[in-house]
Design a protein around this ligand. Structure first.
Ligand SMILES: O=c1ccn([C@@H]2O[C@H](COP(=O)(O)OP(=O)(O)O[C@H]3O[C@H](CO)[C@@H](O)[C@H](O)[C@H]3O)[C@@H](O)[C@H]2O)c(=O)[nH]1
Length: 478
């Protein structure tokens, strides 16, 4: 039997890395000819990855991890504050020599005729400059895209616009006609990077220019969710696109590190709540708020009168709470009497077992930052969302959910607003009421889409078939 080993290079941040690992698991569980080696850079933002990886090593015999040596000169931290995307790209590019060494070593260790040959690289989108390494070593490269097809369409369109216009987007630019969206897309919902003059735009262009060099693009979506976008890729220029999603950490294993808050307490509290009565607020692996915004959320929750579970993280990446001193107690930030007043009506935690929470019958709505994994998890569990995008492509995802798909209620948030503006309690209250009480159409659509998402990955479903086509491309039938 012909076997094949793939080398995955994920961006070392939770939203990317865990998705890539889950896809690797999907691949090896679907076809026992595959094994996967994952090259790991030092984690940018996910200190818990080690715990997860160790547990996987014990259970997945065809999944291997190689820790790349640390880089000598990481980019200066102030670049991160000017443009996260620029920083991440520089960080990843510094790893190229280590990636090349690791793969060269893997190839030379398989020189005997009965060893499993390397069949290609699977790269995260920030890792696309590593296509050069693959080319030098004579290996094909696939892109594993951890976000949706709508955003993929934007990335594919950037090189053409860049060759014609050559500069960053401006807020005054007219709405954009993107093949991956039915409606014209306002520039204000594009990722901040495309307007960023401190390296963010240049980083996006650099990466976007490599997309069409991939042998195939694997996307964590399913064709029933974004049919318009998926069809737009059949343009004769885009490499084959394989929609393989939802790829999810269904067991919630990846996010259950031992130092997380007491998950069983959260689940016990949910068990005691009536069906569909709790609104869940959670903002991804990196979403944090400053003190004034935390207060407004608390006031919004109070006004709405709904039961809530709020995954609240105060600390920023620099370890400090903006507008407050380090180590500020929650009770000093929240409105007076809030913690005493909520009684059994609400629960605040630092990190929630999101997948498990969304699957719980007590959850009636989800206020989400619209990270792509959160969106898929919400759809999978048929939970309607209220959108609160924060950074990266989340505003575009929110636009897609609300305007194109009708799967979410819009909260008016302009994440580009800087300088102390907050989303006020009235807006938060309104969105919570809308998602919990009024929008039966959204609820119905999410339920239908949730069912479709589960069918997509079953045998004969669209994503399962697409994965089959990908496998046939990697190991062609003789
Ligand atoms: O308290 C928490 C917070 C998060 N999660 C999990 O963490 C993951 C978060 O992923 P995602 O929703 O995609 O958010 P980010 O971590 O912010 O993901 C990054 O990567 C995504 C995929 O590329 C992008 O869509 C986002 O914009 C980008 O910020 C999900 O699986 C959640 O279930 C928890 O389990 N508990």
């Amino acid at each position: 039997m012909k076997k094949a080993e793939l080398v995955f290079v994920p961006t070392p941040a939770a939203g990317h890395c865990i998705s890539a690992i889950e896809f690797a698991k999907r691949l090896i569980h679907t076809d026992d000819r595959f094994s996967v080696t994952i090259l790991q850079m030092r984690s940018l933002l996910n200190p818990h990855s080690d715990i997860y990886n160790k547990s996987l090593l014990a259970s997945e015999t065809r999944l291997h991890f190689i820790d790349l040596p640390p880089i000598d000169h990481p980019p200066p931290h102030d670049l991160f504050l000017k443009s996260t995307e620029h920083y991440i790209l520089l960080f990843i590019e510094s790893y190229i020599p280590h990636v090349k060494d690791a793969i060269t070593h893997l190839i030379s260790s398989r020189s005997s005729p009965d060893s499993v040959p390397l069949a290609g690289l699977v790269l995260d989108f920030f890792c696309l400059p590593m296509i050069d390494v693959a080319n030098q070593l004579g290996l094909p490269s696939y892109l594993y895209f951890t976000s949706g097809a709508g955003f993929l369409g934007l990335m594919l369109s950037l090189p053409t616009r860049h060759s014609q216009i050559g500069t960053e987007f401006e807020d005054s630019d007219p709405d954009l006609g993107l093949p991956s969206f039915v409606n014209p897309v306002p520039v204000r919902v594009l990722p901040e990077a495309v307007s960023n003059k401190h390296g963010g735009y240049a980083a996006y262009i650099k990466v976007a220019q490599r997309f069409r060099e991939a042998r195939g693009i694997i996307v964590n979506t399913f064709s029933e969710l974004e049919p318009y976008a998926v069809e737009s890729f059949a343009d004769g220029q885009t490499p084959p696109v394989y929609t393989v999603g939802p790829v999810l950490d269904l067991g919630g294993q990846a996010h259950s590190g031992s130092d997380r808050v007491d998950h069983s307490k959260i689940m016990e509290w949910l068990d005691a709540q009536p069906e569909s009565s709790v609104v869940f607020l959670c903002f991804g692996s990196m979403g944090t708020f400053d003190a004034p915004q935390v207060r407004e959320i608390a006031l919004g929750l109070e006004r709405s009168g709904h039961r809530f579970l709020w995954a609240l993280r105060l600390l920023r990446l620099d370890g400090k709470l903006r507008g407050s001193s380090d180590g500020t107690e929650l009770s000093e930030i929240l409105p007076e009497g809030f913690l005493d007043g909520i009684g059994e009506r609400g629960m605040i935690c630092g990190w929630a077992p999101q997948m498990e929470v969304l699957a719980h019958k007590a959850i009636g709505g989800f206020v989400s930052h619209c990270g792509w994994n959160s969106i898929l998890e919400s759809i999978w569990n048929s939970v309607p969302m209220a959108t609160w995008p924060m950074y990266a492509e989340q505003q575009l995802n929110a636009f897609g959910l609300v305007k194109e798909l009708g799967l979410a209620v819009e909260m008016r948030v302009d994440y580009r607003l800087r300088g102390g503006e907050v989303v006020i309690a009235e807006e938060i209250d309104g969105a919570i009421r809308c998602v919990m009480e009024h929008d039966s159409m959204v609820r119905k659509k999410v339920k239908e889409m949730g069912e479709m998402s589960r069918r997509a990955v079953m045998e004969g479903g669209s994503s399962s078939n697409s994965l089959g086509r990908l496998i046939a491309d990697i190991i062609p039938i003789d």
